[in-house]
Design a protein around this ligand. Structure first.
Ligand code: AHR
Length: 339
């Protein structure tokens, strides 16, 4: 405790200690007493600040960059110390980062799991070390829900369903087959699994709508372009592209244009995310519809981190609010789009 220069009675000192402990608990400063990387092995570091270890998937898309910025800015605004690790798309790097955070005794571990499976062992290690874990953006498939405190992020199945429902309406007059190609996100990731599922469920309403090819473009522009080139070579008639994110859709635009087709006209394009570049393509008539996925999870994550560290109850699931955009709606929304 900082020296006050005030002489205290025993009762006064007791009261002050109690207030200090309570404030410390609420602020979640816990056992932190080292700055920097906490290599002392005795605490998370952070000079009394709440210390959060965050393992990010990577930097595969515009969405991911906006998500990273939101988390870094929100931690700085809240006055928390953020130990940020970029896993470069690899689960083994995330597991290594989480083990480092445990060793450093951070107050809270948060991460966006690159894939859904294979987390139980490391999550159990965090639980045994009494470090609360928050899942952000993507879920894990662990049966033991006590391995993490809460999951904050989008409903990916709903996003896929919204994309499919729009297509069902758009093609309601079709009398023959409508050939759809699908660019999936990273194999094994929650958004790829769930968006595929939601979309398939929705388009089942019209038997004319058929997915004729579906492959992963790993959520990147380069992946989207490369896989779309293959789709175009192998499928003489493609009516619709459903891309699991804007970046893959933007990569695919290049392949479609190079193949002499007009995106948004010859091929109807539906994507997910609604980052600025995607919204621009939609406003320009190159995309036809976007289901939004918000990356701005930072402020809620900081709030949840503070609460779990203080031992407060938090909801098991915090769902992000999202909308959808047509070309006209994108034109109206673009000037105020933050990411
Ligand atoms: O998990 C969210 C997804 O990951 C975004 O939709 C995609 O752009 C990102 O890479």
């Amino acid at each position: 405790m900082a020296k006050t220069g005030i002489t205290l009675t025993r009762r006064g000192l007791g009261a002050m200690l109690a207030v200090g402990l309570l404030a410390g608990g609420l602020a979640g400063c816990g056992n932190s007493d080292t700055g920097g990387d906490g290599d002392s092995g005795s605490s998370g570091g952070g000079n009394g600040k709440l210390v959060i270890g965050f393992s990010q998937v990577g930097a595969e898309s515009g969405w991911r960059t906006a998500n990273t910025n939101s988390i870094k800015e929100s931690a700085a605004e809240a006055g928390y110390e953020l130990k940020f690790d970029d896993a470069q798309g690899k689960q083994e790097n995330q597991i290594k980062a989480i083990r480092n955070f445990i060793q450093q005794k951070v107050d809270v571990i948060a991460f966006s799991p690159v894939v859904e499976s294979g987390w139980d062992t490391v999550l159990k290690e965090a639980k045994d070390a009494k470090i609360p874990v928050i899942l952000t953006d993507r879920a894990v498939d662990s049966a033991d829900k006590s391995l993490y405190k809460t999951f904050i992020g989008s409903d990916f199945v709903k996003e896929g369903r919204l994309a499919g429902e729009w297509l069902v309406k758009e093609k309601s007059a079709a009398t023959g087959p409508v050939n759809i190609v699908e660019l999936q996100g990273t194999t094994g990731s929650a958004p790829a699994n769930d968006r595929k599922k939601g979309f398939a469920e929705a388009i089942a309403a019209n038997p004319n709508l058929k997915v004729v090819a579906s492959q992963s473009g790993d959520f990147t522009r380069a992946g989207g372009k490369q896989v779309m080139e293959q789709f175009l070579k192998a499928n003489p008639k493609i009516d619709v592209l459903f891309a699991h994110n804007d970046d893959m859709g933007l990569g695919a635009l290049e392949a479609i244009t190079a193949a002499g087709k007009t995106p948004g006209k010859d091929i109807t394009i539906i994507t997910i995310d609604a980052v600025k570049d995607g919204m621009q393509a939609l406003a320009d008539g190159k995309f036809n519809f976007i289901a939004e996925c918000s990356p701005l999870l930072g402020p809620q994550l900081m709030d949840l981190a503070k609460k779990v560290k203080a031992g407060e109850e938090v909801p098991a699931r915090v769902e992000t609010e999202e909308t959808t955009f047509t070309q006209e709606q994108a034109k109206a929304a673009l000037p105020n789009r933050k990411y």
